[in-house]
Design a binder for this molecule. Sequence first.
Ligand code: FES
Ligand SMILES: [Fe+2]
Length: 395
Amino acid sequence: MLDDTALSQALRPVFAEPHTARGLPNLCYTDADYHRLEANRLFARDWMCVGVGADIPRRGDAVAVDAAGQPILLVRGKDNAVRAFHNVCRHRGALLVEERHTGPVIVCPYHSWSYGLDGALVRTPEVGGLGVHTCPSVDKSTLGLLPVRAAMWLDFVFVNLSGTAPPLDEVVAPLADAWRDYATDRLVHGASWGLELQANWKLAIENYLECYHLPWVHPTLNSYSPLDLHELEFFGDRFFGPITKAYRADLPPELTLPTFPGLSEARWLKGEYPVAFPNLLLGIQRDQLFGIIVDPLATDRTRERVHLYFVDDGAARSEVEQARIETAKTAMIADWKSVFEEDVHIVERMQRGRANSQFDGGKLTALHDRCTRRFMQLVADGLAPHPEPSVQAAE
Ligand code: FES
Ligand SMILES: [Fe+2]
Protein backbone atom coordinates (compact mmCIF):
# COMPACT_ATOMS: atom_id res chain seq x y z
CA MET A 1 0.00 0.00 0.00
CA LEU A 2 1.19 3.48 -0.80
CA ASP A 3 1.62 5.87 2.07
CA ASP A 4 -0.15 9.19 1.50
CA THR A 5 2.54 11.29 3.14
CA ALA A 6 5.33 9.65 1.14
CA LEU A 7 3.31 9.96 -2.06
CA SER A 8 2.58 13.61 -1.54
CA GLN A 9 6.29 14.19 -0.88
CA ALA A 10 7.17 12.36 -4.11
CA LEU A 11 4.73 14.49 -6.10
CA ARG A 12 5.86 17.81 -4.67
CA PRO A 13 8.41 18.68 -7.42
CA VAL A 14 5.59 19.23 -9.95
CA PHE A 15 4.43 22.20 -7.88
CA ALA A 16 7.82 23.94 -7.93
CA GLU A 17 8.06 27.15 -9.91
CA PRO A 18 8.41 26.67 -13.70
CA HIS A 19 12.19 26.87 -13.90
CA THR A 20 12.81 24.20 -11.28
CA ALA A 21 9.75 21.92 -11.60
CA ARG A 22 10.35 18.24 -12.28
CA GLY A 23 7.94 15.72 -13.73
CA LEU A 24 6.02 13.01 -11.92
CA PRO A 25 8.21 10.22 -10.52
CA ASN A 26 8.53 6.78 -12.11
CA LEU A 27 6.10 5.13 -9.70
CA CYS A 28 3.24 7.13 -11.27
CA TYR A 29 3.86 5.23 -14.49
CA THR A 30 4.89 1.80 -13.25
CA ASP A 31 3.36 0.98 -9.86
CA ALA A 32 0.16 -1.11 -9.69
CA ASP A 33 -0.85 0.25 -6.24
CA TYR A 34 -0.46 3.78 -7.54
CA HIS A 35 -2.57 2.88 -10.60
CA ARG A 36 -5.38 1.66 -8.31
CA LEU A 37 -5.17 4.86 -6.31
CA GLU A 38 -5.64 6.89 -9.48
CA ALA A 39 -8.70 4.83 -10.34
CA ASN A 40 -10.23 5.15 -6.86
CA ARG A 41 -9.46 8.80 -6.30
CA LEU A 42 -8.62 10.80 -9.40
CA PHE A 43 -10.93 9.08 -11.88
CA ALA A 44 -13.70 8.16 -9.45
CA ARG A 45 -14.11 11.69 -8.10
CA ASP A 46 -13.89 13.49 -11.43
CA TRP A 47 -15.89 13.48 -14.64
CA MET A 48 -14.14 10.97 -16.85
CA CYS A 49 -15.07 10.59 -20.50
CA VAL A 50 -16.17 7.04 -21.27
CA GLY A 51 -17.86 7.17 -24.66
CA VAL A 52 -19.80 9.12 -27.24
CA GLY A 53 -23.47 9.32 -28.09
CA ALA A 54 -22.59 8.01 -31.56
CA ASP A 55 -21.67 4.67 -29.91
CA ILE A 56 -25.37 4.21 -29.11
CA PRO A 57 -27.23 6.07 -31.86
CA ARG A 58 -30.68 4.43 -31.54
CA ARG A 59 -33.11 4.10 -28.65
CA GLY A 60 -32.44 0.76 -27.00
CA ASP A 61 -28.73 0.72 -27.87
CA ALA A 62 -26.31 -0.11 -25.07
CA VAL A 63 -22.53 -0.31 -25.02
CA ALA A 64 -20.16 -1.68 -22.39
CA VAL A 65 -17.32 0.65 -21.40
CA ASP A 66 -14.51 0.53 -18.90
CA ALA A 67 -14.29 3.48 -16.49
CA ALA A 68 -10.80 3.14 -14.98
CA GLY A 69 -11.39 -0.55 -14.32
CA GLN A 70 -15.13 -0.37 -13.50
CA PRO A 71 -17.44 -2.12 -16.00
CA ILE A 72 -20.08 0.45 -16.91
CA LEU A 73 -23.02 0.25 -19.32
CA LEU A 74 -24.15 3.23 -21.38
CA VAL A 75 -27.76 2.96 -22.50
CA ARG A 76 -29.90 5.14 -24.76
CA GLY A 77 -33.38 5.04 -23.29
CA LYS A 78 -36.83 5.18 -24.85
CA ASP A 79 -36.75 8.93 -24.19
CA ASN A 80 -33.47 9.21 -26.17
CA ALA A 81 -31.56 10.17 -23.01
CA VAL A 82 -28.19 8.50 -22.38
CA ARG A 83 -27.87 6.84 -18.97
CA ALA A 84 -25.07 4.93 -17.27
CA PHE A 85 -25.32 1.91 -14.98
CA HIS A 86 -22.90 -0.43 -13.29
CA ASN A 87 -22.64 -3.24 -15.83
CA VAL A 88 -23.23 -6.06 -13.38
CA CYS A 89 -26.29 -8.20 -12.71
CA ARG A 90 -27.87 -7.68 -9.31
CA HIS A 91 -28.39 -11.45 -8.87
CA ARG A 92 -24.95 -13.05 -8.73
CA GLY A 93 -22.85 -10.42 -10.38
CA ALA A 94 -22.37 -11.59 -13.96
CA LEU A 95 -21.13 -8.97 -16.38
CA LEU A 96 -24.37 -7.99 -18.01
CA VAL A 97 -23.30 -6.80 -21.47
CA GLU A 98 -19.97 -7.85 -22.92
CA GLU A 99 -19.73 -5.44 -25.84
CA ARG A 100 -23.01 -4.06 -27.10
CA HIS A 101 -26.71 -4.74 -26.99
CA THR A 102 -29.77 -3.52 -28.83
CA GLY A 103 -33.37 -3.94 -27.75
CA PRO A 104 -35.86 -2.87 -25.11
CA VAL A 105 -34.78 -5.43 -22.49
CA ILE A 106 -31.27 -6.33 -21.31
CA VAL A 107 -31.17 -10.01 -20.32
CA CYS A 108 -28.46 -11.45 -18.07
CA PRO A 109 -26.95 -14.50 -19.80
CA TYR A 110 -26.65 -16.44 -16.52
CA HIS A 111 -30.23 -16.87 -15.18
CA SER A 112 -32.08 -14.46 -17.46
CA TRP A 113 -32.91 -11.73 -14.99
CA SER A 114 -33.97 -8.91 -17.29
CA TYR A 115 -33.66 -5.16 -17.02
CA GLY A 116 -35.45 -2.32 -18.79
CA LEU A 117 -33.59 0.54 -20.46
CA ASP A 118 -34.17 2.60 -17.31
CA GLY A 119 -32.34 -0.05 -15.29
CA ALA A 120 -35.47 -1.48 -13.63
CA LEU A 121 -35.46 -5.24 -12.95
CA VAL A 122 -38.47 -6.46 -14.95
CA ARG A 123 -38.21 -10.27 -15.09
CA THR A 124 -36.84 -12.98 -12.78
CA PRO A 125 -37.81 -16.20 -14.59
CA GLU A 126 -38.30 -19.36 -12.50
CA VAL A 127 -36.97 -17.53 -9.44
CA GLY A 128 -39.51 -19.16 -7.10
CA GLY A 129 -39.41 -22.61 -8.76
CA LEU A 130 -40.38 -23.94 -12.17
CA GLY A 131 -43.06 -21.69 -13.65
CA VAL A 132 -42.93 -19.34 -10.65
CA HIS A 133 -41.44 -16.02 -11.65
CA THR A 134 -41.64 -14.16 -8.38
CA CYS A 135 -40.37 -14.81 -4.91
CA PRO A 136 -41.15 -12.94 -1.67
CA SER A 137 -37.49 -12.35 -0.86
CA VAL A 138 -36.69 -10.91 -4.28
CA ASP A 139 -38.18 -7.44 -4.33
CA LYS A 140 -37.74 -6.35 -7.94
CA SER A 141 -38.26 -2.72 -7.05
CA THR A 142 -35.01 -2.66 -5.04
CA LEU A 143 -32.90 -4.66 -7.47
CA GLY A 144 -32.61 -2.42 -10.51
CA LEU A 145 -29.23 -1.77 -12.09
CA LEU A 146 -27.14 0.56 -9.96
CA PRO A 147 -27.09 3.96 -11.64
CA VAL A 148 -23.96 5.97 -12.32
CA ARG A 149 -24.04 9.74 -12.52
CA ALA A 150 -23.66 10.59 -16.22
CA ALA A 151 -23.83 13.72 -18.33
CA MET A 152 -23.00 14.77 -21.88
CA TRP A 153 -21.14 17.64 -23.46
CA LEU A 154 -21.04 17.87 -27.25
CA ASP A 155 -21.39 14.16 -28.07
CA PHE A 156 -19.08 13.02 -25.27
CA VAL A 157 -20.47 10.96 -22.39
CA PHE A 158 -18.90 11.54 -18.99
CA VAL A 159 -19.44 9.65 -15.76
CA ASN A 160 -18.71 10.67 -12.20
CA LEU A 161 -18.49 7.48 -10.16
CA SER A 162 -18.38 9.18 -6.76
CA GLY A 163 -21.40 11.37 -7.53
CA THR A 164 -19.65 14.27 -5.80
CA ALA A 165 -18.15 16.31 -8.67
CA PRO A 166 -19.68 19.71 -9.50
CA PRO A 167 -22.25 19.62 -12.34
CA LEU A 168 -20.62 18.85 -15.72
CA ASP A 169 -22.07 22.04 -17.27
CA GLU A 170 -20.17 24.09 -14.70
CA VAL A 171 -16.99 22.12 -15.19
CA VAL A 172 -16.91 22.50 -18.99
CA ALA A 173 -18.10 26.13 -18.99
CA PRO A 174 -14.65 27.74 -19.57
CA LEU A 175 -14.08 25.74 -22.75
CA ALA A 176 -17.71 25.73 -23.90
CA ASP A 177 -17.65 29.51 -23.56
CA ALA A 178 -14.36 29.88 -25.46
CA TRP A 179 -15.83 27.75 -28.26
CA ARG A 180 -19.24 29.41 -28.42
CA ASP A 181 -18.49 30.76 -31.96
CA TYR A 182 -18.31 27.21 -33.29
CA ALA A 183 -21.79 25.99 -34.21
CA THR A 184 -21.15 22.60 -32.65
CA ASP A 185 -24.77 21.59 -33.20
CA ARG A 186 -23.76 21.20 -36.89
CA LEU A 187 -21.32 18.39 -36.10
CA VAL A 188 -22.01 14.93 -37.44
CA HIS A 189 -20.07 11.84 -36.42
CA GLY A 190 -17.79 10.91 -39.32
CA ALA A 191 -15.31 8.25 -38.25
CA SER A 192 -13.89 6.39 -35.30
CA TRP A 193 -10.91 4.15 -34.75
CA GLY A 194 -8.77 2.86 -31.93
CA LEU A 195 -5.11 2.75 -30.96
CA GLU A 196 -3.41 0.59 -28.34
CA LEU A 197 -0.30 1.84 -26.59
CA GLN A 198 2.11 -0.08 -24.38
CA ALA A 199 2.40 2.95 -22.15
CA ASN A 200 0.75 4.65 -19.20
CA TRP A 201 -2.26 6.85 -20.04
CA LYS A 202 -0.55 9.96 -18.67
CA LEU A 203 2.29 9.70 -21.16
CA ALA A 204 -0.21 9.74 -24.04
CA ILE A 205 -1.72 12.91 -22.62
CA GLU A 206 1.59 14.57 -21.76
CA ASN A 207 2.72 13.97 -25.35
CA TYR A 208 -0.45 15.66 -26.64
CA LEU A 209 0.20 18.66 -24.42
CA GLU A 210 3.33 19.93 -26.11
CA CYS A 211 4.18 20.77 -29.69
CA TYR A 212 7.94 20.85 -29.04
CA HIS A 213 8.23 17.40 -30.66
CA LEU A 214 6.59 18.41 -33.96
CA PRO A 215 9.76 18.85 -36.09
CA TRP A 216 11.14 15.45 -35.12
CA VAL A 217 8.08 13.23 -34.65
CA HIS A 218 5.71 14.86 -37.17
CA PRO A 219 7.91 16.29 -39.95
CA THR A 220 5.05 16.28 -42.48
CA LEU A 221 2.63 18.08 -40.17
CA ASN A 222 5.42 20.47 -39.22
CA SER A 223 5.96 21.33 -42.88
CA TYR A 224 2.51 22.97 -43.19
CA SER A 225 1.84 23.80 -39.53
CA PRO A 226 5.31 24.52 -38.10
CA LEU A 227 6.32 24.68 -34.48
CA ASP A 228 6.78 28.47 -34.51
CA LEU A 229 3.10 28.97 -35.39
CA HIS A 230 2.01 27.00 -32.32
CA GLU A 231 1.32 28.27 -28.82
CA LEU A 232 -0.02 26.84 -25.60
CA GLU A 233 -3.40 28.02 -24.39
CA PHE A 234 -5.32 27.67 -21.11
CA PHE A 235 -9.11 27.74 -20.80
CA GLY A 236 -9.75 27.97 -17.07
CA ASP A 237 -7.98 25.45 -14.82
CA ARG A 238 -8.82 22.14 -16.45
CA PHE A 239 -8.57 22.70 -20.20
CA PHE A 240 -5.24 23.45 -21.82
CA GLY A 241 -3.10 22.46 -24.75
CA PRO A 242 -1.49 23.57 -27.99
CA ILE A 243 -3.06 25.78 -30.61
CA THR A 244 -1.89 26.37 -34.16
CA LYS A 245 -2.34 29.56 -36.12
CA ALA A 246 -1.80 27.80 -39.45
CA TYR A 247 -4.45 25.11 -39.67
CA ARG A 248 -4.34 23.95 -43.31
CA ALA A 249 -3.58 27.42 -44.58
CA ASP A 250 -2.71 26.16 -48.07
CA LEU A 251 -5.28 23.42 -48.47
CA PRO A 252 -5.88 22.62 -52.17
CA PRO A 253 -9.51 23.24 -53.26
CA GLU A 254 -10.20 19.53 -53.84
CA LEU A 255 -9.55 18.81 -50.16
CA THR A 256 -11.74 21.51 -48.63
CA LEU A 257 -14.62 20.49 -46.37
CA PRO A 258 -17.79 22.25 -45.22
CA THR A 259 -16.98 24.66 -42.40
CA PHE A 260 -18.65 26.10 -39.32
CA PRO A 261 -20.63 29.15 -40.45
CA GLY A 262 -19.66 32.68 -39.42
CA LEU A 263 -16.13 32.11 -38.14
CA SER A 264 -13.78 35.08 -37.79
CA GLU A 265 -10.63 35.24 -39.90
CA ALA A 266 -8.41 34.41 -36.91
CA ARG A 267 -10.50 31.34 -36.13
CA TRP A 268 -10.38 30.24 -39.75
CA LEU A 269 -6.71 29.40 -39.44
CA LYS A 270 -6.81 28.32 -35.82
CA GLY A 271 -6.67 24.76 -34.60
CA GLU A 272 -7.15 24.25 -30.85
CA TYR A 273 -6.08 21.03 -29.13
CA PRO A 274 -6.88 21.14 -25.42
CA VAL A 275 -7.02 18.27 -22.99
CA ALA A 276 -10.28 18.07 -21.06
CA PHE A 277 -8.85 16.79 -17.81
CA PRO A 278 -8.51 14.00 -16.98
CA ASN A 279 -8.82 11.80 -20.09
CA LEU A 280 -10.27 13.48 -23.17
CA LEU A 281 -8.06 14.98 -25.88
CA LEU A 282 -9.92 17.45 -28.06
CA GLY A 283 -9.25 19.16 -31.36
CA ILE A 284 -11.39 21.76 -33.09
CA GLN A 285 -10.80 23.44 -36.42
CA ARG A 286 -12.95 25.30 -38.93
CA ASP A 287 -14.19 22.08 -40.53
CA GLN A 288 -14.23 19.45 -37.79
CA LEU A 289 -13.92 18.39 -34.20
CA PHE A 290 -12.24 15.30 -32.85
CA GLY A 291 -12.08 13.73 -29.43
CA ILE A 292 -9.69 11.03 -28.28
CA ILE A 293 -10.89 9.16 -25.22
CA VAL A 294 -7.87 7.88 -23.31
CA ASP A 295 -8.65 4.68 -21.40
CA PRO A 296 -6.18 3.78 -18.64
CA LEU A 297 -6.15 -0.02 -18.91
CA ALA A 298 -3.06 -0.81 -16.79
CA THR A 299 0.10 0.93 -15.62
CA ASP A 300 1.67 0.30 -19.01
CA ARG A 301 -1.34 -0.16 -21.28
CA THR A 302 -3.65 2.46 -22.74
CA ARG A 303 -6.37 2.47 -25.35
CA GLU A 304 -7.24 5.55 -27.35
CA ARG A 305 -10.65 5.82 -29.00
CA VAL A 306 -10.68 8.49 -31.68
CA HIS A 307 -13.97 10.05 -32.79
CA LEU A 308 -13.99 12.53 -35.65
CA TYR A 309 -16.95 14.82 -36.37
CA PHE A 310 -17.42 16.81 -39.55
CA VAL A 311 -19.48 19.95 -40.08
CA ASP A 312 -22.80 19.75 -41.88
CA ASP A 313 -23.27 23.31 -43.06
CA GLY A 314 -26.71 22.57 -44.53
CA ALA A 315 -25.75 23.69 -48.05
CA ALA A 316 -27.37 21.94 -51.04
CA ARG A 317 -24.71 20.33 -53.26
CA SER A 318 -24.53 18.38 -56.48
CA GLU A 319 -23.78 14.66 -56.38
CA VAL A 320 -20.36 15.34 -57.87
CA GLU A 321 -19.54 17.87 -55.18
CA GLN A 322 -20.82 15.54 -52.46
CA ALA A 323 -18.59 12.78 -53.79
CA ARG A 324 -15.62 15.15 -53.75
CA ILE A 325 -16.33 15.99 -50.11
CA GLU A 326 -16.46 12.31 -49.18
CA THR A 327 -13.05 11.84 -50.83
CA ALA A 328 -11.70 14.85 -48.92
CA LYS A 329 -13.02 13.38 -45.66
CA THR A 330 -11.28 10.09 -46.38
CA ALA A 331 -8.02 11.97 -46.96
CA MET A 332 -8.52 13.91 -43.71
CA ILE A 333 -9.11 10.71 -41.75
CA ALA A 334 -5.97 9.15 -43.26
CA ASP A 335 -3.94 12.25 -42.33
CA TRP A 336 -5.04 12.16 -38.69
CA LYS A 337 -4.46 8.44 -38.48
CA SER A 338 -0.89 8.84 -39.58
CA VAL A 339 -0.27 11.80 -37.23
CA PHE A 340 -1.68 9.94 -34.21
CA GLU A 341 0.23 6.79 -35.09
CA GLU A 342 3.47 8.78 -35.32
CA ASP A 343 3.11 9.48 -31.59
CA VAL A 344 2.66 5.87 -30.49
CA HIS A 345 6.26 4.77 -30.77
CA ILE A 346 7.67 7.76 -28.93
CA VAL A 347 5.11 7.48 -26.11
CA GLU A 348 6.01 3.81 -25.71
CA ARG A 349 9.69 4.78 -25.54
CA MET A 350 8.88 7.17 -22.70
CA GLN A 351 7.24 4.26 -20.86
CA ARG A 352 10.34 2.14 -21.35
CA GLY A 353 12.43 5.02 -19.99
CA ARG A 354 10.41 4.92 -16.76
CA ALA A 355 12.07 1.58 -15.95
CA ASN A 356 15.32 3.44 -15.30
CA SER A 357 15.83 3.94 -11.58
CA GLN A 358 17.94 7.06 -12.05
CA PHE A 359 15.25 9.01 -13.90
CA ASP A 360 14.00 11.66 -11.49
CA GLY A 361 10.82 12.77 -13.26
CA GLY A 362 12.77 14.83 -15.75
CA LYS A 363 13.36 18.51 -16.43
CA LEU A 364 10.19 20.34 -17.38
CA THR A 365 11.06 23.29 -19.56
CA ALA A 366 9.49 26.58 -18.56
CA LEU A 367 8.39 27.31 -22.14
CA HIS A 368 7.31 24.07 -23.81
CA ASP A 369 6.17 22.03 -20.82
CA ARG A 370 3.77 24.54 -19.24
CA CYS A 371 0.70 22.45 -20.05
CA THR A 372 2.47 19.25 -19.07
CA ARG A 373 3.30 20.76 -15.69
CA ARG A 374 -0.33 21.85 -15.19
CA PHE A 375 -1.56 18.37 -16.10
CA MET A 376 0.81 16.79 -13.59
CA GLN A 377 -0.34 19.21 -10.91
CA LEU A 378 -3.96 18.26 -11.53
CA VAL A 379 -3.01 14.58 -11.35
CA ALA A 380 -1.26 15.19 -8.03
CA ASP A 381 -4.29 17.13 -6.74
CA GLY A 382 -6.59 14.32 -7.84
CA LEU A 383 -4.65 11.84 -5.71
CA ALA A 384 -5.10 13.70 -2.45
CA PRO A 385 -6.88 11.61 0.22
CA HIS A 386 -9.53 14.34 0.49
CA PRO A 387 -11.50 15.58 -2.52
CA GLU A 388 -10.39 19.21 -2.44
CA PRO A 389 -7.34 20.31 -4.44
CA SER A 390 -4.30 20.33 -2.14
CA VAL A 391 -2.60 23.11 -4.09
CA GLN A 392 -4.09 25.77 -6.31
CA ALA A 393 -2.73 25.06 -9.78
CA ALA A 394 -2.50 28.74 -10.70
CA GLU A 395 -0.68 29.58 -13.92
S1 FES B 1 -26.22 -13.55 -12.37
FE1 FES B 1 -27.56 -12.52 -13.67
S2 FES B 1 -29.37 -13.66 -13.57
FE2 FES B 1 -28.04 -14.71 -12.22
FE1 LIG C 1 2.45 14.34 -31.48
